[in-house]
Design a protein around this ligand. Structure first.
Ligand SMILES: Nc1ncnc2c1ncn2[C@@H]1O[C@H](COP(=O)(O)OP(=O)(O)OP(=O)(O)O)[C@@H](O)[C@H]1O
Ligand SMILES: Nc1nc2c(c(=O)[nH]1)N=C(CO)CN2
Length: 167
């Protein structure tokens, strides 16, 4: 069994529609969908607030590359154009972590680095993931510990807007 945690984000166009589209593309594999949060932009690029959520997906046969391909398929369905790094986008789907047969996959391949190297610094990933799996670990450390290490204003910048995954 392959199980993955995917992060969804949108801050361009109809943000709710983009998250819904991602859930539609990923529907065959979705096990759980977090609440939706409105989040202050992370990173150096000034831009609009995002809607973010996290989904847990599973598939007996998927490889880590399959999850990346499915993430990219969802982004393409939302018309994502790749331009500015960390800039605004209709839909961003990142592969946060993958488990195969219960073991966390580790990879330093630039095309698919696992676990995602910046997830632990992102309240917009940690808060929705914690809502789904409060006892989960990332890179060997509980999510709560990563969150406690972040500046309070970054965590406060993640605001619940919809209690269920369908925004
Ligand atoms: N865990 C991962 N999840 C998604 N993409 C990844 C991952 N590891 C490496 N990549 C590579 O990163 C490339 C750029 O991805 P993307 O455009 O989503 O980056 P970004 O959202 O601007 O920045 P970030 O990677 O910090 O989220 C992708 O083409 C992909 O091959
Ligand atoms: N809050 C928030 N900030 C971001 C996000 C995101 O999904 N949420 N995605 C980015 C693209 O890399 C850059 N900054």
């Amino acid at each position: 069994m392959s199980r993955a945690v995917l992060s969804l984000g949108s801050n361009l166009g109809d943000r709710r529609a983009a998250l819904r589209l991602a859930l539609d593309v990923l529907a065959p594999w979705v096990q759980a969908v977090s609440p939706v949060y409105e989040t202050a932009p992370w990173g150096p690029v000034p831009q609009q607030d995002y809607l973010n959520a996290v989904v847990v997906v599973a598939d007996p046969a998927a490889s880590p590359r399959d999850w990346l391909a499915r993430a990219h398929a969802a982004e393409s369905a939302a018309g994502r154009v790749r331009d500015v790094r960390w800039g605004p986008r209709t839909l961003d789907v990142d592969v946060v972590t993958v488990e195969t047969a219960g073991a966390v996959v580790e990879s330093d391949d630039p095309e698919l680095t696992l676990p995602h190297p910046r997830a632990a610094q992102r309240a917009f990933v940690l808060v929705p993931w914690t809502a789904l799996e409060p006892d989960a670990e990332l890179a060997g450390r509980p999510l709560a510990a990563w969150l406690a290490a972040l500046p309070a204003d970054e965590v406060d910048g993640v605001r619940l807007v919809a209690a269920q995954g369908r925004a």
